[in-house]
Design a protein around this ligand. Structure first.
Ligand code: FCB
Length: 443
């Protein structure tokens, strides 16, 4: 471990943070009036989650949030990005409000502020209220009204205390995995459903930004996108064309209309028919920052039987990969940051980056996750080199603070800098936690 070089010096005021998501950590799925989300329903369907688990208990953060905030403080974090569970505060997604649910976020935000950690709030990290799914969910144009009303509620209640707002987390991931491929909730595999969902998510974003501004929130407003370069699985013309189209879908479907005001030309054949008068104007609202989540490049092959003819492929033989099968390629991260800054000209915050392993608590009580230390040091190094190349990057948030429910993968991949024993809920900071704490302090 001593061989890991120190992190380069990052600019003054650089923000160190950690990210989580409600469905992955809160648990308390049926407590105090919370309604079901699509992830509760999806996980209850046999075969959908690899280890047969559910997010019902997760890390019980709903009850243990004080302990978790104390860990953030100990780590020396400037900020913490969490998401609100829509169905906890509006059990049916629209209409009745659950005050007890709102009270939980009040307590969490106040605990963060009292600990000197800025609250960064994400309105949507994938857990649509099941009741709205039953009305068509994101494929229904009314979704923009539902989401705007929800955003207004949250803004009215927390607008005085939240430092930064994000409308959506990774719209590309939850629409692709949830509606085109069906590997995530709500489990739909239909290109048309994906296109409608994506366009309505864009419209919902615009509505939510206007609701936040109308409520006079004090914090900055942005969106969090997962931006990854797409590489052809083979040098064939078909795979090259597939990678080019995939990259458009993956990186541009949301950020382009939200920030630049239109879908790129290459996507017009797909989205053109869905755009109604006024939609593009309603999607684009001035933003203060772009959150970029990034873990690895992606590989793509042409496959006529896949949605849009595009299928994900494995990284090349021999490439270093994590247990998720994701390639470790920090240079691709630096290039992505430089490219996204050049295209959108908004200050960037790295709102997620990290690595999964299976490290457990050893007999000495330590969790030896040197793999994570190695990965994080290379990826934070990439942030520094992108800054050197002229990209404005204001912060870095590790995914994740604590091990948690990794969606369809269940609890096996562990992404935290803090280990969680899911039987006892005991938290054990890993070696990477100590490493990060020292490196943040050294800055
Ligand atoms: C991202 C998600 C996050 C987590 C990490 C590993 O795509 O935003 O919730 O699952 O991947």
């Amino acid at each position: 471990m001593s061989k890991t070089p120190h992190l380069p010096k990052l600019p003054k005021g650089f923000i160190w943070g950690a990210s989580t998501a409600a469905a992955q950590i809160e648990g308390a799925a049926a407590d105090e009036g919370r309604g079901a989300s699509i992830w509760d329903a999806f996980a209850a369907t046999p075969g959908k989650i690899k280890d047969g688990s559910t997010p019902a208990a997760a890390c019980d953060h709903y009850h243990l949030y004080k302990e978790d905030v104390a860990l953030m403080k100990r780590l020396g974090l400037d900020a913490y990005r969490f998401s609100v569970s829509w169905s906890r505060v509006m059990p049916d997604g629209a209409g009745a409000v659950n005050d007890k649910g709102l009270d939980f976020y009040d307590r969490l935000i106040d605990e963060l502020l009292a600990s000197g950690v800025e609250p960064w709030l994400c309105l949507y990290h994938w857990d649509l209220p099941q009741a709205l799914h039953e009305k068509g969910g994101w494929t229904n144009r009314d979704a923009a009204h539902w989401f705007t009303d929800y955003a207004a509620l949250i803004a009215e209640r927390f607008g005085d205390r939240v430092a930064r707002w994000a409308t959506f987390n990774e719209p590309g991931v939850f629409t692709t995995a949830g509606y085109a491929v069906g590997y995530h909730a709500p489990g739909i595999a239909d290109l048309g459903a994906y296109l409608a969902a994506a366009h309505n998510v864009n419209r919902s974003h615009g509505g939510a930004v206007r609701a936040l501004r109308a409520a006079g929130v004090k914090g900055q407003i942005g969106v969090v996108c997962n931006q990854q370069p797409a590489r052809p699985a083979t040098p064939s013309d078909e795979d090259k064309a597939a990678a080019t189209l995939y990259e458009l879908f993956w990186n541009r479907t949301f950020a382009d209309p939200m920030i630049l005001g239109s879908y790129p030309e290459g996507l017009t054949p797909f989205f053109g028919g869905l755009i109604k008068d006024g939609d593009l104007e309603a999607i684009r609202e001035p933003l203060d920052f772009l959150g970029v989540n990034h873990y690895s490049p992606t590989y793509v092959k042409s496959d006529p039987s896949a949605p849009g003819g595009l299928a994900q492929a494995k990284p090349p033989e021999g490439a270093p990969v994590t247990m998720m099968g994701w390639e470790i390629a920090p240079k691709a991260f630096a290039q992505t940051l430089i490219q996204e800054y050049a295209r959108y000209k908004l200050p960037i915050v790295v709102t997620e980056n990290g690595v999964a392993d299976r490290a457990e608590v050893g007999p000495d009580g330590e969790v030896d996750d040197r793999l994570r230390i190695d990965y994080l040091s290379k990826y934070v190094g990439a942030v520094a080199s992108a800054i050197d190349a002229g990209a404005r990057i204001d912060g870095y948030f590790v995914w994740s603070l604590i091990d948690n429910f990794e969606w369809a993968e269940g609890y096996e991949p562990r992404f935290g800098v803090v280990h969680v024993d899911f039987t006892t809920q005991k938290r054990t900071p890993k070696r990477s936690f100590d490493w990060m704490r020292k490196e943040i302090r050294r800055q």
